[in-house]
Design a protein around this ligand. Structure first.
Ligand code: 5GP
Ligand code: ZN
Length: 111
């Protein structure tokens, strides 16, 4: 069975997608923990950092470039933002499809 983010990527379930290109989507987190809380999601199903292969190295570089671009578009590039990538259950990873959290928009307890 396909995972939640694969279903969102394939538009089988709705999400607030604010950016899309050939390899990524960026969507609003359904339970935001910051004024701006976005998820940068590669379209390729990679369960976690533990599953990365050498052939994914360009994709992973691009993941950060997409985050950089969106941070700039959202106007938090100067004020600051946090990029979080949870791996496994102790870190709180709940969706087994690699994704980068982009959080910002104010000094908060998380900062
Ligand atoms: P993780 O805990 O795996 O690092 O992050 C998963 C994130 O996905 C959580 O912050 C959670 O709020 C978000 N999330 C869970 N289900 C959905 C959903 O159906 N739609 C959206 N947009 N975000 C979701
Ligand atoms: Zn997936």
């Amino acid at each position: 069975m396909e995972c939640l983010f694969c279903k969102i990527v394939n538009k089988e379930i709705p999400a607030e997608i604010i950016y899309e290109d050939d390899n990524f989507i960026v969507l609003k987190d359904i339970e935001p923990k910051a004024p701006i809380h976005l998820l940068v999601v590669p379209k390729k199903h990679i369960p976690s950092v533990n599953h990365l292969e050498l052939k994914d190295k360009t994709l992973i570089g691009e993941l950060f470039l997409v985050a950089q671009k969106i941070a700039k578009e959202k106007g938090v590039d100067k004020t600051g933002y946090r990029l979080t990538l949870n791996v496994g259950k102790d870190a709180g990873q709940t969706i087994d499809h690699l994704h980068l959290h982009l959080m910002g928009g104010g000094k908060l307890p998380w900062a």
